[in-house]
Ligand binder design. Structure first.
Ligand SMILES: CC(C)(COP(=O)(O)OP(=O)(O)OC[C@H]1O[C@@H](n2cnc3c(N)ncnc32)[C@H](O)[C@@H]1OP(=O)(O)O)[C@@H](O)C(=O)NCCC(=O)NCCS
Length: 180
């Protein structure tokens, strides 16, 4: 894990911090990929109460460095959908996003997801590609009737676990039971 970084599940008390991280990350890190109007609309739609909504159960992990929250990621583990991954601008490129992503993937695999899908912001496509995600097609995230964000639909298959010594792929499912 990146030095000095720890992860934990988000709690309702984190809502204001999640909102601040999300807004600052979009404003500073998505700037080159989207127009000022798109960024402004995106940020204006964010609300502290929009995170950890009780009627919408999600896995949300926060990354802390010391006592500071420096990033978060949100996963629908049931669908295998990564819904958010945001890092504060001053920590970009320091490994926070990679650590969060790896942990959320692990949780998705453990929940039985066969793959992880996401709509990548244009600025983040290379980040996901370098971590095993493949581009499926161009997509759009509708913000308002007038503003839609171009993004990229991507997917990563769950890695096949390594075979143990003497085991053949499919053995556990296809071998006939020994006769009594
Ligand atoms: C994309 C993002 C989550 C990556 O997190 P991170 O902590 O900066 O990433 P890491 O330090 O673990 O890895 C750095 C990698 O991200 C890439 N990267 C993407 N945007 C970057 C940025 N603004 N600054 C530095 N690196 C960036 C680097 O090219 C590097 O790739 P490499 O390791 O394959 O060479 C983060 O930059 C971010 O929050 N971006 C804005 C929000 C966003 O677009 N989120 C994705 C929504 S789908």
């Amino acid at each position: 894990m990146a030095r000095g970084l720890s992860l934990r599940p988000a709690t309702p008390g984190d809502r204001p911090a999640l909102w601040r991280i999300h807004s600052r990350s979009v404003e500073a890190l998505c700037e080159g990929a989207y127009s000022p109007r798109e960024i402004q609309t995106w940020v204006e739609l964010l609300r502290p109460e929009g995170y950890l909504r009780p009627e919408q159960p999600r896995t949300v992990l926060v990354a802390e460095r010391g006592r500071h929250l420096v990033g978060f990621g949100q996963l629908d583990a049931f669908l295998g959908e990564l819904e958010a991954l945001y890092v504060v601008p001053e920590e970009a490129g320091c490994g926070v996003g990679s650590v969060l992503l790896a942990s959320l993937e692990e949780l998705a695999w453990r929940a039985g997801a066969r793959g992880m899908s996401l709509d990548a912001s244009l600025n983040a496509e290379r980040f996901y590609q370098a971590r095993g995600y493949v581009r499926l097609h161009a997509a759009r995230r509708i913000l308002t009737s007038e503003v839609q964000l171009a993004c990229v639909r991507m997917r990563k298959q769950r890695p096949v676990p390594p075979l143990r010594l003497g085991e053949r792929r499919g053995d556990s499912f296809t071998s006939p039971r020994p006769e009594p």
